[in-house]
Design a protein around this ligand. Structure first.
Ligand code: ADP
Ligand code: MG
Length: 847
C-alpha cells in the first residue's frame, strides 16, 4: 500500500501550517492511520526540523525498533542512517540520523546530560494515551525546557484515543488536529460460560475457540493477544499442532524475541497467518490483513506492589478501553470479528480504563531521576496529573534510607547518581552496588530476580512435600532467600520439570520465569562494570547485601517468645510464621504487608526475612546510631526509671536501665498516675480538697478579692509539685502536700481565704460548726436546732454575702430540714418539728 494514501495525510497541510505558527500540537487519529510512521517524515520533508533531529518517544522497545525499521525501509535507506533507533543495550543511530525512535525512559536519562536538548528540533510523544510515567515526566521537562531555553523546540503529542481536553489545557497554547481514519465494522463476541484459566490454560481455550471460528469460516489473518512470552509460546505450539492450521503461518510477537523473529511477525506472506502477540499489537504496531482477533483479556501490567515496595509486572485483566482497542485490530482492512475469552457480564465488571502509571506505580526511580535533573520540590513539579503526596513521601524516605538523597536537604548524593545509571528500582541498584563491595553480584542478581515474580514455594505444600523440602532445602537458615535460591537452582538444574518440582512444593512455572529476570539483572550488572563472582559467595556477604537493599525494612524482635517486632519508621510488625529466620533477633524483610491495626500504629507482616547483625549496621552506617535517655513509669515496680536506648535511625535496638531519672520528669510521670487514680498521694486529704474548694468558692462569689481559681491544669501542676522529689509509690507516702498547696497563694491571699471562706463558723452557743465547701454553689453547715436559737438573720460566709445552706439536725443528728432561709424555717416548719421532737427528747431545751 502506498503510505501516502494513509488517513493521516488528511491533516498534513494543517499540521505543517500549525507547527510553523506555534511549537505545540496534539495529533489524534485511530491506530493504523499513519501517526507513528508518517508524522516524523512530514516534519522532515517539510523542513520543520532545520538541520536538527526529531526524537520519537515510544513506550515499548519492540515497537521502537520495528517502527524505525519500517520508516527506514519506506525512505529506502539503511537503519542507523537517516532513520535510527535507540533502546537499552542497542543504539542504532549515527550523526546522519534525523529521525530517532527512542524509548521514553532512555530519553529522560539523556536529558540529564543534555539539559538543553541540543541537536533536537522536535520531540514527538507517541502513544501518549497510555500515560506512562516516563512519558508524563518527559513531557513536563520538555515543556519547561521549551519555556526557558529552547522556545524553538517543537513538541508534538500523538495518541490513538485521547481525552484531549485536560492535555490541551496543559499544553495551551497548542494546536489540536484530528484525522478520522478508516475502520470497518467489527463484530464482538464473548464466551457463553466463564472459564477458569487455572483449570483450562488460556492457550488451550484460545486454540479451541480459534479452531471453532476458523472451521466456521472466519476470514483473513488472526491476531491473538496473550499476556506474556510464555503464554505466547504455548499458544503458538497449540496452534501449530492443530489440524486446522495446515497451510497457516503461526508466529509469536513479543519483546523478548530476536529482531529477526520480530521482523518475521510483521512481514507479509502469501499464506494466511496467525500472530500471537502481547499488548504491543494493541496500538503500537499494526499488522495488516487481520480480520479475526482473539483476546485473552490479560496483560502484564506494571503496578506498585506494597508487599515488596517495588513495581512488579503481574498478569491482570485489561480494562474495557484496552479491550476495545484490541477488537479494533480486526477491522483495519475489512469487516472483522473479535472474540473475547470472557463473558459479557464479566466484561461489564471490568474497569473502564487503566489508571495512569503516575497513580499506580512506585515513584522512587522517577523521583531520583527528577532530583538528578535539579528538581528540588517534587510536589511543585508541573505534573500533568499530580502524584499522590503519600507516594512522593514514601519514595523520598526510601531514597534517603538507601543513601541516594541527602539526609538534610534531600538533594541527590553521588551514590544516588551512581544508582541512577542502573535501569531498575533504586533498591536493587543499591543492592547491586553493595554486592560489588561484598563480592556477591551474582547472588544479588538472583535475589533481585526472585523478588520480582510469584513466590516459588507452594505455601501449603502438603506434609510429604514439606518434609522433602525441609530435608533438601533446609528448614532453618539465616535467610528465606537462601531457601529460595536453593529451590530455584534445583528447578533450574531439573529443567523446570513439573513432577520434580512438585515433589518439593516448588512452582515450576514461577521458577522458570526467574531465569530471564536473572539474566537481565546480570546483564545490567556487567554493563555497569560489576563483576559477578565465579564461586558461590559466602552467606554473610549476601546477608549484608540484602541488609543494604532493605535497610528501610529493618526490624528488631520485641521478645524471645513471640514473633512481634519493632520496625524502622515507627512501625510494629510480626515476622511471618513460615520464615526460616523467624527466631533471629535482628532482621530485614524483603516483603512487608500492612495489616489493619486496632491502634494507630502501623502493623506490618514481615516476610522473605534475612538475619542481620548489629555489627554490620555499625560497619555500614556508623553515623546512624544514637542514644536516647527516656524516663518511664514502670507499672510493675510502681516507680519511675531512666532507660538509655541505643537507636539505629529511629529504631531502638536495645534498652539499658540505670541512673537516676531527672526529678521533674519523674514528678510529672507520678502525677499522671496519681491523677488517673492509679497511685495514691496520702497527703492529699479532704482538708486539701476543701482548701482548693474554698479558693474556688471565693473566686466565683467574691471576684473583687481577685483570688486565682484553680483549674484542671493548675491542679495537675499542684500534684506535680507535690510529687517533686519522689520516684516511687513508696516515696509518695512521705511527700508533704498541705504546705505545697498553701504556698500556691501569697500569705495575704491565704489570710483572705481564712477570713472570707472560713473553715468553721462560730455559733452563738460557742460551738464552732464546720463549713463544707462544694464544687458549685454555697457551702453547707450542719448544726443542731439548739445551736441555732440565737441566730439573728442568716448564717453567712464571703463577708456576709453568701448565706450558707443549713442542714438542721435533730438531737439525734438526723437532719430535719435543709434550708438557706432560717427565718422561714422558724416560721413555717419549726412549730410542727418542735411538737414532735419535744416528746421524744424531753430533756433537751426547747424554745
Ligand atoms: P499509527 O501510528 O497511526 O497507528 P502507523 O504509522 O504505525 O499508524 O502505521 C500506519 C500503517 O503503516 C499501518 O496501517 C500499516 O499498514 C503500515 N505499517 C506500519 N508499520 C509496518 C511494518 N513494520 N510492516 C508493515 N506495515 C507497516
Ligand atoms: Mg502508532
Amino acid at each position: 500500500m502506498n503510505p501516502k494514501a494513509l488517513p493521516i495525510y488528511e491533516i498534513e497541510a494543517a499540521l505543517v501550517a500549525q507547527l510553523r505558527a506555534q511549537p505545540r500540537a496534539i495529533v489524534t487519529a485511530p491506530t493504523g492511520s499513519g501517526k507513528s510512521t508518517q508524522v516524523p517524515q512530514m516534519l522532515l520533508d517539510h523542513g520543520l526540523l532545520g538541520d536538527g533531529q526529531a526524537v520519537i518517544l515510544q513506550p515499548r522497545r519492540l515497537a521502537t525498533r520495528l517502527l524505525a525499521a519500517r520508516v527506514a525501509r519506506e525512505r529506502g535507506g539503511p537503519l542507523g542512517g537517516e532513520v535510527g533507533y535507540q533502546i537499552r543495550f542497542d543504539d542504532v543511530s549515527s550523526r546522519a540520523t534525523r529521525l530517532r525512535f527512542v524509548t521514553e525512559g532512555l530519553l529522560l536519562r539523556q536529558m540529564l546530560t543534555n539539559p538543553r536538548l541540543d541537536g533536537l528540533a522536535a520531540l514527538i510523544f507517541d502513544e501518549f494515551h497510555e500515560r506512562h510515567l516516563y512519558g508524563d515526566i518527559t513531557l513536563a521537562r520538555a515543556l519547561q525546557i521549551q519555556q526557558t531555553v529552547r522556545p524553538d523546540l517543537l513538541i508534538l503529542v500523538m495518541s490513538a484515543t485521547l481525552e484531549a481536553a485536560p492535555l490541551e489545557r496543559y499544553l495551551a497554547p497548542c494546536a489540536l488536529l484530528a484525522a478520522a481514519g478508516r475502520m470497518f465494522p467489527v463484530h464482538t463476541a464473548y464466551l457463553a460460560e466463564p472459564v477458569d484459566f487455572e483449570r483450562e490454560p488460556v492457550w488451550a481455550v484460545a486454540a479451541r475457540e480459534w479452531e471453532r471460528l476458523v472451521s466456521d469460516g472466519a476470514a483473513g489473518d488472526t491476531l491473538i493477544f496473550m499476556p506474556g512470552a510464555y503464554e505466547i509460546s504455548r499458544t503458538v505450539q497449540a496452534l501449530r499442532e492443530s489440524p486446522f492450521a495446515r497451510g497457516w503461518i503461526v508466529l509469536p510477537l513479543h519483546g523478548e524475541l530476536s529482531p529477526t523473529d520480530q521482523d518475521a511477525a510483521v512481514a507479509q506472506y502469501a499464506q494466511r497467518k496467525a500472530i500471537i502477540a502481547t499488548n504491543v499489537a494493541e496500538t503500537s504496531l499494526t499488522i495488516d490483513g487481520v480480520q479475526l482477533v482473539l483476546d485473552s483479556g490479560l496483560a502484564r501490567i506494571p503496578r506498585f506492589d506494597p508487599y515488596r515496595g517495588i513495581n512488579t509486572l503481574l498478569v491482570e485483566r485489561i480494562s474495557r478501553a484496552a479491550a476495545d482497542q484490541r477488537a479494533g485490530r480486526a477491522g483495519r482492512t475489512a469487516p472483522g470479528v473479535c472474540l473475547r475469552l470472557w463473558t459479557e457480564p464479566e466484561h461489564r465488571a471490568r474497569p473502564a480504563q487503566e489508571l495512569p502509571e503516575i497513580r499506580r506505580l512506585d515513584l522512587a526511580e522517577a523521583v531520583l531521576t527528577l532530583k538528578a535533573s535539579g528538581v528540588v520540590d517534587i510536589a511543585a513539579f508541573p505534573w500533568l496529573e499530580n502524584p499522590d503526596p503519600k507516594s512522593v513521601r514514601r519514595a523520598e524516605t526510601l531514597l534517603r534510607d538507601l543513601g541516594a538523597l541527602d539526609e538534610h536537604d534531600g538533594a541527590i548524593t553521588p551514590l544516588g547518581r551512581r544508582m541512577l545509571a542502573f535501569p531498575m528500582h533504586p533498591r536493587y541498584a543499591r543492592m547491586l552496588l553493595a554486592a560489588q563491595t561484598f563480592g556477591c553480584v551474582r547472588a544479588a542478581c538472583l535475589a533481585a530476580a526472585l523478588t520480582q515474580g510469584r513466590n516459588l514455594l507452594v505455601r501449603r505444600a502438603g506434609k510429604d512435600a514439606q518434609g522433602d523440602r525441609d530435608d533438601f532445602l533446609g528448614e532453618e537458615s539465616a535467610s528465606d532467600f537462601f531457601i529460595l535460591m536453593r529451590a530455584w537452582s534445583y528447578a533450574d538444574r531439573n529443567g523446570y520439570n513439573l513432577d520434580k518440582c512438585r515433589r518439593l512444593g516448588i512452582h515450576a512455572q514461577a521458577a522458570r520465569q526467574v531465569q530471564p529476570l536473572f539474566e537481565h539483572f546480570l546483564r545490567i550488572a556487567r554493563e555497569q562494570g560489576l563483576t559477578p563472582e565465579e564461586r558461590a559467595a559466602p552467606d554473610e556477604a549476601i546477608q549484608k547485601c540484602l541488609l543494604v537493599g532493605f535497610a528501610d525494612q529493618l526490624a528488631v524482635r520485641l521478645d524471645g517468645g513471640t514473633l512481634r517486632c519493632r520496625v524502622v519508621h515507627g512501625r510494629r510488625g510480626e515476622i511471618a510464621r513460615d520464615s526460616v529466620a523467624r527466631n533471629r533477633p535482628l532482621i530485614v524483610a524483603a516483603e512487608v504487608h500492612e495489616i489493619e491495626g486496632r491502634d494507630r500504629e502501623l502493623n506490618v507482616l514481615l516476610s522473605l526475612v534475612t538475619a542481620v547483625e548489629e555489627a554490620w549496621l555499625r560497619e555500614l552506617y556508623p553515623d546512624d546510631f544514637s542514644e536516647r535517655v527516656q524516663v518511664i513509669y514502670d507499672h510493675e515496680d510502681q516507680r519511675v526509671v531512666a532507660e538509655t536506648q541505643r537507636l539505629f535511625r529511629d529504631l531502638p535496638l536495645a534498652t539499658r536501665r540505670g541512673g537516676r531519672p531527672p526529678a521533674d520528669a519523674a514528678a510529672a510521670l507520678l502525677a499522671a498516675e496519681v491523677l488517673k487514680g492509679a497511685l495514691k498521694l496520702p497527703g492529699w486529704n479532704a482538708e486539701v480538697e476543701q482548701w482548693l474548694l474554698r479558693i474556688n468558692f471565693l473566686a466565683a462569689f467574691r471576684p473583687d478579692l481577685a483570688l486565682p481559681a484553680i483549674g484542671d491544669a493548675d491542679r495537675r501542676r499542684l500534684v506535680e509539685q507535690c510529687c517533686l522529689g519522689a520516684f516511687s509509690q513508696k516515696d509518695l507516702r512521705d511527700q508533704p502536700v498541705r504546705p505545697v498547696i498553701r504556698s500556691w497563694l501569697t500569705p495575704a491571699q491565704q489570710a483572705l481565704v481564712e477570713k472570707y471562706a472560713p473553715e468553721r463558723l462560730a455559733l452563738p452557743t460557742g460551738h464552732r460548726a464546720r463549713v463544707t465547701y462544694t464544687l458549685d454553689g454555697p457551702p453547707t453547715v450542719a448544726a443542731k436546732i439548739q445551736d441555732l436559737y440565737d441566730i439573728k438573720g442568716a448564717l453567712t460566709v464571703a463577708g456576709g454575702r453568701v448565706p450558707v445552706v443549713l442542714q438542721i439536725l435533730a438531737p439525734n443528728s438526723r437532719p430535719v430540714q435543709v434550708t438557706q432561709d432560717l427565718a422561714a424555717f422558724w416560721r413555717d416548719h419549726y412549730p410542727r418539728v418542735k411538737q414532735e421532737l419535744q416528746r421524744k427528747y424531753p430533756k433537751h431545751k426547747w424554745r
